[in-house]
Design a protein around this ligand. Structure first.
Ligand code: ATP
Ligand code: MG
Ligand code: MG
Ligand code: MG
Length: 480
């Protein structure tokens, strides 16, 4: 049994033979032409219904959304826009289809809003747009594994449930196996959260990095690729409560190696998608273009989607220190005229996505890697630079997105690390196992975290992160 994608690509082998295809109806024109799709490709297969072979009852049962099995002869198509079609000899309706007005609207191209579709767990996958997005998401994931495999990284799975309360204080979801009829209480009558996980307080992971570092200290090059959770009640178009993170960690790498790795990695994945998702990208490119036309001229993207992807892989990313970036921001017209929602006042402030996007989209017109951030605004495990003020951190910033990757060279010196932990109130005893990596043959090492959905946003030209994950988890959204 072939997919429609295979058949369209290689129909000559079965020309004038009878074949069987199965799929869903995307459109049914003049009771004669069925556009059939099985999810394998954005392209539909045209099925021609010859009235003589079918009674009215069968025809009546077919409408948009029907699931069909079709036996018919493969012929070259006379119609414009397609090379091949099937003359149906037998059509079986495979299952129930309680199709109504709402579904009809949803399945019609352009009639639906993305918000409405988010409420349609199932039919969302049936649309051209989400078909394209999720096929591209698959290709991105596959390319990620392929890149690391080619570069001799080992895929390591870090735990989803973790007792390491290192990075994400305040951003963690707790894990509990409480008996709700018998919730453990402390002497003061408060809920005893230390009883969470069989007697230990645990959380859903906010990052696999600390565990990943431990693995890299024996295996050399590793990467994680798994679900990550942040209890941030942020309703932005860039944040999810559950997202997929990719975190490589490399022994013997310094900050510059780390930036090189991030750049090579992003370019490899984007090129893979350009080479392997042509049809879906062309569809997304058209959609992107139409979306731009709706916007006021000043806000329109300067390049088409495919053009943007090609440009990103063609040039070296701009590398700029945090200090230099702050100078640029402080002196910018935008800052002086109060155009930023959060004005930039001095060295030391954290950058907001509006600042990141200004640097990328207006100032440099290129992806930007910022490095050497003030130590106060970055995590405790980042390497302290000789100036004692900055750490060897780096963020990769992309047009339309802002931060897509955050990474650093890690602090490999036990004494410096311990001092930083004390300064930042990170409990040394809880992380004894992590500190061990600095006790027995510590080496320089570096790594980064990439949010899968941010990269998928970028390559698909979508604008809301909820639309690039099959089942988005955002505040108040966990039903399906
Ligand atoms: P941001 O500044 O955008 O909130 P962050 O600095 O908090 O991101 P990191 O802890 O550095 O994020 O995580 C590494 C990467 O994971 C980010 O660069 C981003 O691609 C992705 N990421 C972080 N938080 C989220 C989220 N809530 N939803 C989706 N992706 C995320
Ligand atoms: Mg954040
Ligand atoms: Mg950030
Ligand atoms: Mg970050």
């Amino acid at each position: 049994r072939q997919t429609i994608k295979d058949l369209l690509a290689d129909y000559k082998k079965v020309l004038h033979h009878d074949i069987t295809v199965q799929g869903w109806v995307r459109a049914f024109r003049s009771n004669r032409f069925i556009a059939l799709n099985d999810g394998s490709t954005i392209n539909n297969l045209q099925v021609v219904v010859d009235f003589e072979n079918f009674d009215e009852e069968t025809i009546k049962k077919i409408n948009t959304a029907s699931s069909l099995k079709v036996v018919g002869e493969v012929v070259e198509s006379q119609g414009a826009g397609q090379t091949v079609e099937i003359i149906a000899k037998k059509i079986t309706v495979l299952g129930d289809n309680f199709f109504d007005e709402l579904q009809a609207t949803i399945l019609q191209p352009k009639k639906h809003s993305l918000e409405k579709l988010r409420e349609q767990a199932h039919l969302r996958f049936r649309t051209n747009l989400f078909g394209a997005v999720f096929r591209v998401r698959h290709a991105v994931s596959f390319a990620i594994h392929s890149f690391f495999n080619q570069n001799q990284f080992f895929y390591i799975n870090t735990p989803v449930i973790t007792g390491a309360d290192a990075e994400g204080a305040g951003e963690m979801f707790g894990v509990t196996n409480f008996d709700l009829d018998n919730i453990p209480k402390t002497e003061d009558g408060e809920i005893d959260f230390t009883q969470d996980f069989f007697g230990k307080k645990t959380n859903l992971t906010v990052s696999g990095q600390l565990e990943g570092e431990t693995a890299a200290m024996g295996l050399g090059r590793i990467y994680t690729f798994g679900p990550t959770f942040r209890a941030e009640n942020s309703n932005t178009t860039r944040h999810l409560a559950e997202f997929w993170m990719i975190e490589p960690e490399v022994a013997f790498n310094n900050l510059e190696d780390n930036i090189d790795l991030a750049e090579d990695f992003l370019k490899y994945v984007i090129k893979y998608v350009l080479d392997n998702c042509k049809d879906d990208l062309e569809f997304l490119d058209k959609r992107f273009e139409e979306e731009q036309k709706q916007k006021p001229e000043k806000e329109r993207a300067k390049e088409g989607l495919i053009e943007k992807l090609e440009n990103v892989i063609a040039k070296r990313f701009k590398r700029v220190s945090y200090t230099e970036a702050i100078e640029i921001l402080l002196n910018s017209k935008e800052n002086k005229k109060g155009k930023f929602q959060y004005p930039v006042e001095k060295w030391g402030t954290d950058l907001q996505s509006e600042h990141e996007r200004f640097l990328v989209e207006k100032h440099f017109e290129s992806p930007v890697v910022l490095f050497d951030y003030p130590k106060e605004i970055k995590a405790f495990y980042m390497k302290l630079n000789d100036d004692n003020k900055t750490v060897a951190a780096m963020d990769v910033l992309f047009p339309g997105i802002g931060e897509i990757i955050g990474g650093s060279e890690r602090e490999a010196r036990l004494d410096v690390l311990k001092t930083k932990m004390a300064e930042m109130h990170v409990d040394e005893h809880e992380l004894w196992w992590y500190l061990d990596t600095r006790r027995f043959g510590s080496v320089p090492h570096a790594g980064f975290g990439l949010g899968l959905e941010r990269l998928v946003l970028f390559v698909t030209g979508m604008t809301n992160i909820r639309d690039v994950i099959p089942f988005p988890r955002t505040p108040k959204n966990a039903e399906f």
